[in-house]
Design a protein around this ligand. Sequence first.
Ligand code: NAD
Length: 284
Amino acid sequence: MPTSDGETYGFKYVNGHPKNTAEGLQTVTAFGVLASVDTGYPLLLSEMTVLTALRTAATSALAARYLAPTGARVMAMIGNGAQCEFQALAFQQICGIDTLRLYDIDARATDKAARNLARSGLTVIPCASAQEAVTGAQIITTCTADKQYATILTDNMVGSGQHINAIGGDCPGKTELHRDILLRSDIFVEFPPQTRIEGEIQQLGPDHPVTELWQVMTGRAPGRTNADQITLFDSVGFATEDFSALRYVRDRLEDTGYYVNLDLLADPDDPRDLFGMVARAGGA
Ligand code: NAD
C-alpha cells in the first residue's frame, strides 16, 4: 500500500491470510517504510502489525464520531480476534462507548478479549450468537476473517438508527453483510475506487451512491442526519492511514534519541567507493 505527499514516500507490506490462525500464525502481519522523496533514502523501517490495529481502530472510531447515533453507549463486536480490543478501546475513548457485547464463533477468542478488557472500565458481555450480541447495541462492528462472501449480519439483525462499522470485508471476494443491509444503509467509504473492489459494496453496482468520509469531516456532505438512518462505514483500510501512522511514529521517535537512521544503509566514506567499504570491512 504505497503513498506519498511529495516530500515523503511510504508503503506498507501487509498480508491477509485467515487460514493462518489454524496453524498458530496471525491473519494480518505488516511492516512499513518511510523514505525521503528528495534523496530516495529510507528514513524509517517499522513493524506495522500493531500499527495497523491502532490505525484501523482510530479510523473506525473517527468515522463513528460523525455517523453513530447521538449518545451511543453499547457496541456489539462480532469477531474477537487480533483487532477486537483495539477497536473496543478506541470506541470507548473517542465515542464514549461503555458496554461491549462480544461474539465469536470460537469462544476462546471471546474469552481472550474479555480477559484483556477486564480492567478497561468497559462492561463486557460475552454473547452466544451474533443475534444476541447486536441486541440493544447502537453500534455494530463486524471484524471477522474468512475469504468468502460471508453473512455475519442478516437483514433482520439491523434496526433503524444503528451504525455499522464493517472492518472484515476488505478484499475481493470477502464480505460480511447481507446485500439487503447495504440497500437500506447510507454508505460511507475511504476511497470509492478501492472500496468498490474490496469492500462490502462489491456486492452492489458501480453507480450505487456512496459518500467519502473526508467530505463529511470537512462539512461538504452530511453524515448522520436523523435518528432512524442506518449508517455504514465500509472500511477496507486506505494507504494514507498507514502513511499517517508511519509519520506519527517517526515524529514521536525524533525526540527520543531512538530514531537513528544509520544501520539501515551502507555508509561508505566516499559515496562511489562502495566496494572499498566492503573490502575494508572484510580486512582486504
Ligand atoms: P483474526 O483472525 O485475528 O480474528 C478474526 C476472528 O473472526 C477470529 O477470532 C474468528 O474466530 C472470527 N470469526 C470468523 N468467522 C466468524 C463468524 N462467522 N462469526 C463470528 N466470528 C467469526 O483477524 P483480525 O486481525 O482480527 O482481522 C479481522 C478481519 O479484519 C480480517 O479479515 C482482516 O483482513 C480485516 N482487517 C481490516 C482492516 C481494515 O482496515 N478494514 C484492518 C485490519 C484487519
